[in-house]
Design a protein around this ligand. Structure first.
Ligand code: NDP
Length: 245
């Protein structure tokens, strides 16, 4: 694992939106950002899970988070533009955006990929991230230094049998991040990608049902990179695709 020094990272005064904040890596990232002093906006599709994260942050004495229950499968540009307006009104700016929510879909041979599940997965993993990120640009531009993180995967760099639409969606994620990083190179906005690597979450358990989860890294162990990329320590880092493990 790389040695990203996250011990003294201070995110106080920053507002950070995390998608898929109710479970898995997104949940743990939201808790760590709050612990480092950030006001976290928790976006996800299951309100009960978001409320549990809210409670955990409050119990730990962190800044009061905001909850945005939203299913990114059906959300439109209008929803995201409304969110941008609310963020500017309530917080004045957005310092960080962690695009983390994703669907795994069904791993299957190429010839049995169902076109409806293909479209649903592309909608959540690619189109919704594009729409959300585009709509939040005004709020991100109001921050002195804003960090956008996209989440990829090993199969987003080298395709593998049966990973079909999920792998394709992660290549698209890497592509969108590269385009944006180049376009915003001389601006206050930086765009990078994290590949978490095999991590003990329910998504990983669905992909590898026979695997012993205790042999995998926990989401907490990935946090040095997640914290570093949201902090001012990484202001000069742009257009990188980094491994958390
Ligand atoms: P999980 O499935 O554990 O968590 C994903 C989160 O995204 C959940 O909170 C889920 O909500 C939310 N989500 C899914 N669909 C939607 C939607 N339509 N609208 C809003 N929120 C949604 O996944 P991980 O934590 O394992 O993965 C996080 C990221 O890391 C993903 O991008 C994944 O592709 C990537 N990754 C993970 C690896 C691993 O080994 N775990 C390896 C490589 C990459 P809900 O809880 O309601 O289902």
């Amino acid at each position: 694992m790389h040695n990203y020094d996250s011990k003294n990272i201070d995110l106080s005064g920053k507002t950070i939106l995390v998608t898929g904040a109710g479970d898995g890596i997104g949940r743990v990232a939201a808790l760590h950002y709050a612990q480092a002093g950030a006001t976290v906006i928790l976006l996800g599709r299951t309100t009960r899970k978001l409320e549990a994260v809210y409670d955990e942050i409050m119990a730990a004495g962190g800044p009061e988070p905001a909850i945005v229950p939203l299913d990114m499968k059906g959300a439109t540009k209008t929803h995201y533009q409304g969110l941008n307006a609310t963020i500017i009104e309530q917080f004045g700016k957005l310092d960080g955006l962690l695009n983390n929510a994703s669907l795994l879909g069904v791993l299957s041979p190429f010839e049995t990929i169902d076109s409806d599940s293909w479209n649903d997965l592309m909608q959540v993993n690619v189109t919704a991230q594009f729409l959300l990120t585009q709509a939040l640009m005004p709020a991100l531009k109001k921050a002195p230094h804003a960090s956008i993180i996209f989440t990829s995967s090993g199969v987003g760099r080298r395709g593998r049998a049966f990973w079909g639409p999920y792998a394709v969606s992660k290549f698209a994620t890497e592509g969108l991040a590269q385009v944006m990083a180049d376009e915003y190179e001389d601006s206050s906005i930086r765009v990078n990608v994290i590949n978490p690597g095999a991590t003990r979450t329910s998504m990983r358990a669905r992909a590898y049902p026979g695997e012993d989860p205790m042999r995998l890294k926990t989401a907490s162990e990935l946090m040095p990179l997640y914290l570093y990329l949201m902090s001012d320590a990484s202001i000069e880092v742009n257009g990188e695709s980094l491994d958390a493990q």
